[in-house]
Design a protein around this ligand. Structure first.
Ligand code: GLN
Length: 474
């Protein structure tokens, strides 16, 4: 690839060292050479050429002009189908563009395709998609690894150099965990920073859009584009969006980092503790004070998440009934049968499991015991962070309790799969921004991620810390 970074590609296009066409043709070729990884649900070379043709005629200055990006197939796109990784949306062609993708188009980005994901973003391995598994590009031939999930296609696309950046969504870790598994940078911003308009909803009180890139600078460039207030999403925040890239600064002297004692679990590979220690050392050398903190309700985060997320999913997915969108089952004799057959055939196993759990915890008689209780615990988890941030400026933890695991290792055991989200869900429940950056390797030479969490809307500091750690490992 001519460039690994958006920043370099932008300056080389501007100085005419490479044309938009030349750059994108390289990526098209690479995508075609890597079809075996099953990273894209939708890829159409002609569509890319069309976008190049249009940009070549366009004389205006656009920040991301000609930059090849991949889009998680959960974002509605007008010119490309949107499936959410589900049979139920197999032939769905949205009539509108999501807020995030529209912003990227406005800035001149090229969409190379729509990436594979867990069905409706439910999963941690990109193995629940109707369109098959994605394979982690870092796998050895005889041992295919999961790219993480649910945005595994997007993380893999960046890791395999099939684009320079990609969009993702993170409800309980779906950007940070695949970023860690694929060795790329992934940011989930504060809940409300990016509008959810036009993103197929999974759990609306948790869903957030974000981006994958090869480095922290690029992450700040892309986030700047996709952030912003939007009236069509009532949870979108009307805050000032800083110029993240221009304000990048790796001077952290005088800051305090919080190290939560709860972020370690039995059976975690030793290398994860080592990279965590290493990150502390690097920060200490940069003049950062280390503060051991406690987030006492962390142990309840997984059960809380796996009540709230399915509850919201069961409600959000009620709209897929064979009437309004996509797939409808054949050979039906009544309306009830049409609903049942369509949903029975259209949804995969994991989605059905979530709908059943969600319906159960919301049903009369169980609502107070499960859903309401989970909401109360969610508040306690958020309060833990609030208290912690009185003593520190940001928090550093491992991103996940393992490196990329072999495909199918956890597929038969949903609880094992859910456990992999243990370090990402607390920040999701609290709505906090978090980034995962590659930071060291395990004994099999697979990348491991470090997670940096910040206060609400403190993405700038999250980027600054990430940059500082990134520079130390270069
Ligand atoms: N792995 C988590 C789940 O399956 C998170 C998914 C996500 O963030 N979209 O719910």
């Amino acid at each position: 690839m001519p460039f690994k970074s958006i920043k370099d590609a932008i300056s080389n296009i501007e100085s005419k060292k490479i044309s938009i066409r030349e750059l994108n043709l390289e990526f098209i070729k690479k995508i075609k050479d890597n079809k075996n990884l099953n990273i894209f649900i939708y890829f159409d070379e002609k569509k890319i050429i069309n976008q190049i043709d249009n940009l070549e005629k366009d004389n205006s200055n656009k920040k991301l002009k000609g930059i090849p990006l991949a889009i998680k197939d959960l974002f509605c796109t007008k010119d490309m189908p949107t499936t959410a990784g589900s049979k139920i949306l197999e032939n769905f062609n949205p009539t509108y563009e999501s807020f995030v993708t529209q912003k990227l188009i406005n800035d001149g980005a090229i969409f190379v395709g729509k990436t594979n994901l867990d069905e409706f973003a439910m999963g941690s391995a990109t193995d629940t998609s109707y369109f098959g598994n994605t394979i982690n590009p870092l796998s050895k031939k005889d041992n295919p690894l999961a790219p993480g999930g649910s945005s595994g296609g997007s993380a893999a696309a960046v890791a395999a150099d099939l684009c320079l950046g990609a969009t993702g969504t993170d409800t309980g870790g779906s950007i940070r965990q695949p970023a860690s598994f694929c060795g790329v940078v992934g940011i989930k911003p504060t809940y409300g920073l990016c509008s959810r308009w036009g993103i197929a909803a999974f759990a609306s009180s948790l869903d957030q859009a974000g981006v994958f890139t090869n480095n922290v600078e690029d992450s700040s460039i892309l986030l700047e584009t996709i952030a912003g207030f939007d009236q069509r999403d009532s949870t979108s925040s009307n805050v000032n969006i800083p110029n993240y890239f221009d304000n990048l600064n790796d001077d952290l002297s005088g800051m305090t980092v919080g190290i939560p004692k709860e972020y370690t679990i039995d059976g975690m590979p030793e290398e994860i503790n080592l990279i965590w220690e290493e990150s502390k050392k690097v920060l200490e050398n940069k003049g950062v004070k280390i503060k051991n903190i406690s987030l006492p309700h962390t142990k309840y985060a997984l059960p809380t998440y796996y009540i709230i997320a399915p509850a919201e999913a069961s409600s959000n997915l009620a709209r897929y009934d064979g009437v309004k969108y996509g797939f409808r089952a054949n050979g039906i004799s009544s309306l009830d049968e049409m609903y049942e057959q369509t949903r029975g055939e259209g949804f995969g196993k994991e989605v059905k499991r979530r709908i059943l759990i969600g319906t159960y915890v919301l049903s009369a008689g169980y609502y107070d015991a499960y859903y309401l209780k989970a909401q109360k615990v969610r508040k306690l988890i958020a309060n833990d962070f609030k208290e912690a941030f009185k003593e520190c400026d940001f928090i550093v933890t491992p991103t996940a309790p393992s490196a990329a695991f072999p495909l199918n290792e956890k597929k038969q055991d949903p609880i094992k799969m859910y456990l992999n989200d243990v370090f990402t869900v607390p920040a999701s429940l609290a709505g906090l921004p978090g980034i995962s950056i590659p930071f060291g390797k395990d004994k099999n030479n697979l990348p491991l991620g470090i997670q940096i969490l910040g206060k609400h809307f403190d993405e700038q500091l999250v980027f600054n810390v990430a940059l500082s750690l990134e520079r130390s490992s270069e």
